[in-house]
Write a protein that binds this ligand. Sequence first.
Ligand code: SF4
Length: 420
Amino acid sequence: MRFKLIYPKWAKLNRQTEFHLPPHGPVVFAATLPAYVELDFVDENLDEIDFEEPVDVVGISMMLTVQVKRGWQIADRYRRQGVKVIFGGIATMLHAEETMAHADAVFLGEAEGRMEGLLEDLRLGRLKPCYDYLDRRPDIGLVGPARRDILKRELYNHKGVQMVDLVHASRGCRFNCYPCAVSYLGGREFRPRPIDQAVAEMAGIDNNRLFIVDNSLAQNTQWELDLFREMIPLKKNWCSHPIEDKPQVLDLAAQAGAWYVYQAVFDTSDYIKERIKRYHDHGIGVEGTILLGLESHDEEFIKRLIDFLLEIELDLAEFTVLTPFPHTRAYEELSRQGRILSTDWDDYSADRVVYQPKQMSPERLGELLDYAWNTFYQDEPQHIKMARLFKQVVQREMAADTFRPRERRLRQRSFGRVAE
Ligand code: SF4
């Protein structure tokens, strides 16, 4: 069976340095397909879709809301050609009903152990419009290892610098933050993979730089300690979402190669200040993820927050505005209050204001988003700060004798748009 798996393109954030990470959803999904499936993967951000190439079925994997309209377009074209199209991925789950209008089937939930049945239905011509497994999550031990062999790896570098490979060690999140859909998507229960399986997968990745994409590692202290201890011999360098800032956890994380964490900074408290300092004291960088436009944010607060970010010396910061993605508490509340201004999903890029903020006009919030980027990167531009983080990892790799000189040659050969 010839199965073409497509990852639709989307426009990147205006102010972000553009680079492309190897997508994780498609490679995790690919691992769930039976051996008889001949898989061809196209990341449309970097590669063209050949609509003429003969295929038996098309799968469209969507992670982001800004991918859905393009995903629907691709599906419509294939279906006009008589090809069956199946959708899956996070954004399919968030936009299931609308997506069904463009699909022969939508798959909701986690795919492990489910694909044999779905493909059998396809073969027998009895595909159902919706396979809803959202409330029936598979045994976490069935996960992975992801099939990174489907990626055109040479595409995933930035000016010749090797990007990170993505991997996950757990699913679910026990928190339920206001702007986040993870509790709907992955459930409120923290579900760690067996540590030996996750670590074996990391060991098998032909890249010393990883992004551990778990929703949050800061969910179970003993698990973090056990995971980091097992990771030490791998000699990898990795970034992740938050880890706990307890000294013992940070100490082991640093030994295991913690490079930098993404940390939401939502106020100017001593708690945040000390947390960032503790990461730094352990040699772990911090990229702040800064969401502007929450109900309590007025103009004065946002300006004070930016000053604070400079004061605590964040290594990088990414600014976005609150975006009410479906199935979040933000969406429910703003929708109930009639404050959602656009449901054009192409606008849900997190740098456009699509709702009525409580303390200012949408236009003013947009201006303050610009102010935040401009002010934070005024003295030192984003690419310089980023280069410093990469320099740090190269130095570590050289010290550990894991640096790959191939990268130097690649950098010299790399021109233009590969990941520009
Ligand atoms: S924002 Fe992070 S910690 Fe909060 S619910 Fe989402 S994944 Fe969990």
